[in-house]
Design a protein around this ligand. Structure first.
Ligand code: SF4
Length: 164
């Protein structure tokens, strides 16, 4: 601090850095829920602007039974998931490119341009944890390390705990 109590320099440690990152991720997540920086919301807005208005009656209604079946299938898949295995909540991906730019062999986009883990062995556990920390909407779950000899596992597991 200078003599006017203005902060002009600070030295932060790893823990503070990670806490700051988590705050940023929570903020991005909140923005995404509000449709900001959400590629799917932006696409819809673009389509809405480009297309002539469609009456509500003409919109194809989604069959309630189908929607219910999809929700049940998703819930079942979630329950059956092995917590030790890495996964992405693909349906919530906002296509921000963070993970795919980090390692495009490990992370890939599906036909809806939403990320999934294409090959968990194509990168390190450190990359999985880093991707989880970088993901704006916190939907990457690193699971447990597959290589027991990877350096720094203890610290990585500690960081991964926020994304179980
Ligand atoms: S970092 Fe998250 S939101 Fe961005 S592309 Fe990957 S999974 Fe999707």
């Amino acid at each position: 601090m200078d003599d006017r109590n203005s902060l002009f320099r600070s030295v932060v440690d790893d823990r503070l850095l990670r806490a700051a990152r988590r705050c940023r991720e929570s903020w991005h997540s909140l923005q995404e829920l509000g449709g900001i920086h959400n590629s799917h919301a932006e696409q819809r807005a673009e389509h809405r602007a480009a297309d002539p208005p469609v009456s509500v009656a003409a919109a194809p209604p989604q069959a309630p039974a189908q929607a219910e079946a999809e929700a049940t299938a998703e819930a079942t898949a979630e329950e059956l998931r092995n917590p030790d295995e890495a996964y992405i909540e693909t349906a919530r991906c906002t296509t921000c490119n963070e993970c795919t730019q980090m390692n495009d062999k490990m992370f890939a986009y599906n036909e809806n341009k939403q990320a999934y883990i294409a090959d968990v062995d194509a990168g390190t556990y450190a990359q999985l944890v880093e991707a989880a920390e970088s993901c704006q909407v916190s939907i990457i779950h690193p699971g447990k390390p597959r290589d027991a000899d990877e350096p720094g596992l203890e610290a990585l597991l500690e960081r991964a705990r926020d994304f179980t």
